[in-house]
Design a protein around this ligand. Structure first.
Ligand SMILES: Nc1ncnc2c1ncn2[C@@H]1O[C@H](COP(=O)(O)OP(=O)(O)OP(=O)(O)O)[C@@H](O)[C@H]1O
Ligand SMILES: [Mg+2]
Length: 503
């Protein structure tokens, strides 16, 4: 590790109703990967947004290479050589990959802005250097979330920064992509870049970080060498108490009613002849690599994308689902992987978001009655899921990432659907809240709902599912009962290409 690049001292930040940072501090050295951890809402993103000029601190000092600096806006941070990849994606969906990478600073040659062809070429060079399989000409809005995340990473790296902050870069990536990212991170570390890595995946810290700083409730708890502590020790510093893991879900009755049946589902090359059934009380895991087609299947069942062919039966009845509205009417809920695009109304408040999907059941004649009911239902969810918010009136965009995810979850729970599809339900959720969510999924299954859980976290799939379906390149390549499932067997199926040419 090299000299001290950044040091933040006595940082204070208050939002209306929230004391987000209290006398907080942080230090980053050149050539280190520094993990920043803490529960949802602990203040990690806020601290890094202050360092990158997104938020103004109320008090405190920032030293950059020993000099006190003011960072009034993101541009100032960029000029200093500090880059950030934000937790929420910040891309322009209607622009191409190359345009997004160079947005606001299109490369020039001899004073002229490069044309599209040259722009694409430069982007291609960057992508090649990082070994990423992306087309510079692709429209970002058409890419999967994981690919979009990679575009963000490439953009941040293209600044040749000395400090690189990554706010949960891996939450949308699968194991292979994470290893690829880590390869890039190690390369940058060797070149002396200081890297801040925010993640809720504890195993990652051990793999990639040199030091760890723990925040709790906006306060600095400690900075330790990663090699000197165990994951359990870090977790107890984060939560201030021991957490107990919940056991694997209970047995499911194999004769229980089939509540969802999908027959011969097809959509272009993304979904190829998908067949499966879901039983009452069952948690059906969907495993696979990113791009395997799991989200596409979920979206097709939910009516978010049209299909070429296929039949869907709910409680044995054939149903036509042409829109999410139809799906909800048939009791199907979908908690999407991209909460910004499909899950939330960020400018509206917590209570509206929680009750949005269920509004038709709140049509009281007297407005005040309806409102009181909404508040009551919303408050119950906030309590059940421990959603950290100053009030029900807080706009959802001001909640921390993990708490936003919990709001999406609450939204579907109040709708009381029989069939729930959870797409990466614990992405961005801290370890404590994760076990709460696992408990919740188990309770839902036990109460007779059918649950499809798409997850890229192998331990989660193995621990939660009664049965596991594995997909690869749009097809189901394997099915495993909980008892016979192992990480190796899932991976085998997940990489097994069925080379059957379609007729
Ligand atoms: N712009 C804002 N307006 C109001 N409150 C905010 C704003 N930004 C953050 N907060 C609040 O500040 C606290 C810290 O949030 P922050 O996003 O820093 O948490 P975090 O540690 O990044 O959590 P997560 O792991 O969920 O991403 C939270 O209570 C959050 O609701
Ligand atoms: Mg955050």
């Amino acid at each position: 590790m090299g000299g001290i690049l950044v040091s933040m001292e006595g940082i204070e930040k208050t939002f209306p109703g929230v004391h987000a940072l209290k006398n907080c501090r942080f230090e980053l050295r050149a050539g280190e990967v520094h993990a920043l951890v803490g529960e949802n809402g602990a203040g990690k993103s806020t601290l890094m947004k202050i360092l990158t000029g997104v938020y103004h601190k109320d008090a405190g000092r920032i030293l950059y290479k020993g000099q006190e600096v003011e960072i009034p806006n993101p541009r100032a941070a960029q000029d200093l050589g500090i880059a950030i990849i934000h937790q929420e994606l910040n891309l322009m969906p209607h622009l191409t990959v190359a345009q997004n990478i160079f947005i606001g600073r299109e490369p020039r040659k001899a004073g002229f802005i490069l044309n599209d062809k040259q722009l694409n070429q430069q982007a291609q060079e960057l992508l090649d250097k990082m070994n990423l399989d992306l087309d510079p000409r692709a429209r970002v809005g058409d890419l999967t979330v994981a690919k979009q995340q990679m575009v963000e990473i490439v953009r941040a790296l293209s600044f040749k920064s000395e400090v690189l902050i990554m706010d949960e870069p891996t939450s949308m990536l699968t194991e292979t992509e994470i290893q690829e990212l880590f390869r890039i991170i190690r390369e940058l570390r060797k070149q002396g870049v200081g890297i801040v890595h925010i993640s809720h995946r504890m195993e990652e810290l051990k793999q990639i970080s040199d030091r760890v700083t723990v925040l709790r409730d906006g306060q600095y708890i400690a900075t330790v060498n990663t090699g000197d502590v165990t994951i359990d020790e870090i977790i107890s510093m984060m939560v201030g108490k021991e957490i107990y893991e919940t056991a694997r879900s209970s047995q499911v009755d194999l004769d229980s009613e089939i509540i969802l049946e999908v027959r011969n589902l097809n959509r272009g090359r993304e979904i190829i002849d998908v067949n499966f059934e879901l039983r009452r009380g069952e948690i059906l895991g969907f495993a696979g690599l990113v791009g395997a087609g799991r989200t596409e299947v979920a979206r097709a069942i939910f009516g978010a994308d049209p299909v070429d062919s296929g039949e869907i039966y709910v409680h044995g009845q054939k149903v036509q689902i042409r829109s999410p509205h139809d799906a909800v009417r048939h009791g199907i809920g979908y908690l999407s992987e991209d909460r910004r695009r499909y899950g939330l109304l960020p400018t509206l408040d917590v209570s509206v978001n929680i009750t949005a999907a269920a509004l038709d059941s709140f049509t009281g004649i007297m407005g005040w009655l309806q409102r009181a009911q909404i508040q009551k239902v919303a408050q119950a969810q906030v309590d059940d899921l421990s959603i950290r918010t100053p009030s029900l009136e807080q706009r959802v965009r001001y909640l921390s990432g993990g708490n936003q995810q919990k709001v999406v979850m609450a939204k579907w729970l109040v709708r009381n659907c029989d069939i729930l599809i959870f797409d990466e339900p614990t992405r961005g959720i801290d370890v404590g809240a994760k076990s709460e969510i696992y408990r919740l999924l188990n309770d839902l299954a036990e109460s007779g709902k059918g649950i499809i859980m798409i997850s890229s976290e192998m331990p989660e799939i193995l621990r939660m599912s009664h049965r596991i379906i594995v997909m690869c390149e749009g097809q189901i390549t394997g099915e495993l009962a909980a008892a016979e499932a192992t990480q190796e067997r899932i991976l085998q199926y997940a990489t097994k290409r069925k080379s059957i040419a379609r007729q």
